[in-house]
Each structure stands twice: as C-alpha cells, then as structure tokens.
Design a binder for this molecule. Structure first.
Ligand SMILES: C[S@@+](CC[C@H](N)C(=O)[O-])C[C@H]1O[C@@H](n2cnc3c(N)ncnc32)[C@H](O)[C@@H]1O
Length: 272
C-alpha cells in the first residue's frame, strides 16, 4: 500500500508546505492549515497525490476538491490488480481512473460529461502518462457512450447523488443524481451495466453515509438480480460507502431458485 515515510496514509502539513510553499500563507501561528479555504484544500490534496501516490494532479478552479486517500481506499475495496475496468464520470482530476491504471495496473476506460472537466481529465491523464482511454459522454451513462459489445470486470463511479442542486460545494453536474434520494443516476448506471459486465463482473459505487440513498440503490440492485455488499470505511473525518454489486451468473441464480422451492418439488436446473 502506498504510504508516507511514517507508514501512514496521510501527509504531515510541514511536508505539504515543503512541496507547495504557497501553502504557507494558510498556516496559523501553531502551524495548522486553514481547511475552510478552498485553495489551501486544493494545494494540500495535490501534495498528498504527489507525495504518497506519485501523481501530478491539476484541479479545476470550480470543481469538487477530490481527496486522493478516500479514492484510493474505495478502489482497494474491489480491485485486486489487472482488471478491465470502466469509470463513469472521472471529474476534472481523473484521479480514480489514473490510480486504477498506474497503481492497480488495470486496463482503464473512463467517461466524463462536462466539457471543461473532460479537458482537465485528459490533461491529467496525459501528465501522468496513464494509459486511460477517455470517452466523452453527451448525456448517456454507458449506452451510446461505450461501444456495444465491450465487457468489463468492474464498472465503478462516484456518482452524482443529491436529489436537488446544492449551494456552492458542487457544480450541478457533479452533484445532482435526481430521484427522491439522489439515487436516479446510480439506478440508471446499474441497469445499463448489466449489458457491459463480464460474467461475475461487479459495479462499485462510492457513496456518502446516507441510508435512504443506499437503500434505494440496493433495493433496485436486488430487483435486477445483483448480489450486494456494502463496505463502510472512514476517510479523514467522514464515513463513506463502497456499494459493490455482483452480477450473478446463471448457475448461481438457478441454485438460488432451487433453494427457494419447497423440498419434494425441486427440479435440478444444473446442466452438468
Ligand atoms: C460526484 S462527481 C465525481 C468525480 C470524480 N470521479 C471523483 O471521484 O471525485 C461526478 C462526475 O460525473 C460527471 N457526470 C455526470 N453525469 C455524467 C454522465 N452521464 N456521464 C459521465 N459523467 C457524468 C460529472 O460531470 C462529475 O464530474
């Protein structure tokens, strides 16, 4: 696991200042960083990306301040290395797509909708020499964006998840998932993913600690025949969820069906 020299998945402020001396102006007399300042948060996260993960990331001035540690921890919940993966919505940093390619050695395809974020994502991918195939969405999630017939071991996303526009923190495209709890984008994604997953393939969603949202997505996932695992993890002061949905293969579905039949009425569905 990549860590700082002290073996921790974090970076001392003094090291961040050494990498980005501009950070000095956001320090108080006790050497504490003013995290309420957006520029300070961007510089600190750029320092973590560089010192711990070896990545050179430029942030869009108005985009979400993506935190590298939370994204890495999320990827660790479902990647072992070398998988063929698809990310929906890289954002301006393309941090997860780049980590999947460079740290997990995956074969990565990724998409982004917003024109400016797409241009930033492309530049970040090139700057880091990450072999990511970046596709532009014109509004579609997977269908009409990724060529038909392609199959992936994992399709992952940090989807937009608010029900309505939020004030300030995220742009509307970054934030609004739609639906009653913000689940609509994710539900569309898991529906479309069924046609793009390899047998036994998985969808993984990076979600906030918001139960009604997670329940709404998980309920739809079960209806679609996915088996579901919710992994809760802590990143800094926040709890996050990795909602992992596995596409059931036919024999598993048949054995589930067999188990539901009352004994005596069981027919064997096994082919061999
Ligand atoms: C919550 S942000 C996550 C960004 C980034 N992956 C991260 O980890 O911070 C969601 C991203 O999805 C993008 N997006 C929204 N709808 C999309 C679509 N239909 N296809 C591709 N990207 C989309 C937004 O522009 C935004 O960059």
């Amino acid at each position: 696991m990549p860590t700082w020299k002290d073996g921790k998945l974090g970076l001392p402020i003094a090291e961040a200042v050494r990498l980005f001396p501009e950070l000095k102006k956001y320090l108080d007399e006790c050497g504490r960083l003013d995290f309420s300042n957006r520029e300070a948060r961007i510089l600190y996260n750029r320092a973590i990306a560089k010192a711990i993960f070896g990545l050179e990331i430029e942030y869009h001035p108005k985009g979400l301040v993506t935190t590298p540690v939370s994204r890495y921890l999320f990827l660790k919940t479902f990647l072992r290395g070398g998988e063929r993966v698809l990310e929906i919505g890289t954002g301006h940093t393309a941090m997860m797509a780049i980590m999947a390619a460079k740290i997990f050695k995956c074969d990565v395809t990724a998409t982004e909708l917003d024109d400016e974020f797409f241009a930033y994502a492309k530049a970040n991918i090139e700057r880091n020499h990450a072999g990511v195939r970046l596709l532009k969405s014109e509004g579609g999630i997977i269908k009409g964006v990724v060529p038909e017939g392609e199959r992936f071991d994992v399709i992952f996303s940090a989807p937009p998840y608010y029900e309505a526009p939020t004030r300030g923190v995220l742009t509307e495209r970054e934030g609004v998932g739609g639906g009653r709890y913000g689940e609509a984008f994710s539900v569309g994604l898991i529906e479309e993913a069924l046609d793009y997953l390899s047998p036994g393939g998985r969808v993984a969603l990076f979600l906030p600690d918001k139960k009604p949202l997670i329940d709404a997505i998980a309920e739809k996932g079960e209806e679609l025949g996915y088996s579901i695992r919710d992994i809760k993890f802590r990143a800094g002061t926040r709890w996050r969820h990795s909602l992992i949905m596995k596409k059931q293969n036919l024999s598993k579905l048949m054995s589930l069906l067999e188990n539901r039949c009352p004994s005596g009425l069981v027919y064997s569905f096994k082919t061999k």
